[in-house]
Design a protein around this ligand. Structure first.
Ligand SMILES: [Zn+2]
Ligand SMILES: [Zn+2]
Length: 351
């Protein structure tokens, strides 16, 4: 089989010819039809993240090994099953839950495998979907998807939409809340749809790109703020009758965005940090108790969240936006375009 792999950080991905894996036990081999291109793939490609004081947090220090086939948003059809795998048949349309844990830590025990102490996520710690086939460790991580659900759209549910859903759930939005969604890329747009669908709160979308803000409006944002052209703090205070935001979901989560988020929080507000832009933050400690706001980190979502999402998408309540399609040989181009902010919505690779 062919796979587009990161052989060495920062070098173009290599399309390699690999042996097609054979499923054993409860494993299932899935023929990949669509694999979403995610921001975290860029970090795998670059070999790390920016941490405190410009320090570089290397992916290899947290268990990532190269060469690696990225791709954790995987949709396709069942190819073959191990002898203990059950409930699926060849050519059945499936979506893969990629946030796999080792199964024994406290998080795994309560169904939060996405927060496992020793994660084995597909396309991060093991080979993922930028390939013709992917080996899924157990049939338990496969979800059947309806024929009507577009395969490219369904792929984006397993990270882009799942992460947005996890963040929306963390904020526990109420109908009259003012919620600011920072970053109107693939995740932000999905969060707008989900926040609208589950809460009916007033949504203010913030970005530095007018085209993305236009898409935010089309996806249900009540107001938009271009934080490059206007002061984000002033704009949010004006839009909320000087009260500030009840919740902020920050899908950029860089020093610059979070510094302004902090300034437009209402008392008791929740600031949900989701993006992986990185950097650092200076906090006034006394205002934490006096303003009683909460900082919440949110990472992907659980298998049960994904079951709910597939249902929402199948019923047309949310509509994932796929804007760019690439071939396996264009993986480097896909990542470069995403890094440069040139993908509106989500890009997918069709191996
Ligand atoms: Zn992702
Ligand atoms: Zn675990």
């Amino acid at each position: 089989m062919r796979a587009a792999r990161v052989v060495k950080p920062n070098e173009p991905l290599e399309v390699q010819q690999l042996e097609t894996p054979k499923p054993r036990g409860s494993e299932v081999l899935v023929k990949v039809e669509s694999s979403g291109v995610c921001h975290s793939d860029i970090h795998l490609w670059e070999g790390g993240y920016e941490g405190l004081e410009g320090q570089f947090l290397k992916t290899t220090d947290r268990g990532v090994n190269y060469p690696l086939t990225p791709g954790h948003e995987i949709a396709g059809v069942v190819d073959s099953l191990g002898e203990e795998a059950e409930g699926f048949t060849k050519n059945e349309k499936v979506l893969v839950y990629p946030w796999i844990g080792e199964g024994r830590c406290p998080a795994c025990r309560i169904g939060e495998e996405n927060l496992c102490d020793k994660p084995r996520s597909l396309g991060v710690y093991t080979d993922g979907g930028y390939a013709e086939y992917v080996l899924v460790p157990s049939y338990r991580y496969l979800l059947k998807t309806a024929d009507e659900l577009d395969t490219d759209a369904s792929a984006t549910l397993s990270c882009s939409a799942l992460t947005a859903y996890g963040a929306v759930k963390s904020a526990n939005l109420k109908p009259n809340d003012n919620v600011v969604i920072v970053g109107a890329g693939g995740l932000g747009l999905m969060a707008i749809q989900l926040a609208k669908a589950v809460s009916g709160s007033k949504i203010i979308a913030m970005d530095i790109n007018d085209e993305k803000l236009g898409a935010a409006k089309q996806n249900g944002a009540d107001a938009i703020v271009n934080s490059k052209k206007e002061d984000p703090v002033k704009a949010v205070m004006e839009l909320t009758d000087k009260m500030g935001a009840d919740s902020v979901l920050d899908f950029v989560n860089g020093s610059k965005t979070v510094e302004s988020d902090i300034q437009f929080l209402r008392r008791r507000a929740k600031l949900v940090l989701v993006g992986l832009f990185g950097g650092e933050l200076k906090l006034s400690l006394v205002t934490m108790p006096t303003r009683a706001y909460r900082l919440i980190g949110s990472y992907t979502g659980t298998l049960s969240d994904m079951v709910e999402l597939v249902s929402l998408a199948s019923r047309g309540v949310i509509k994932p936006i796929v804007s760019n399609r690439f071939k396996l040989t264009q993986a480097t181009e896909a990542l470069t375009m995403l890094r440069d902010g040139k993908i509106l919505g989500r890009g997918v690779i069709n191996p």
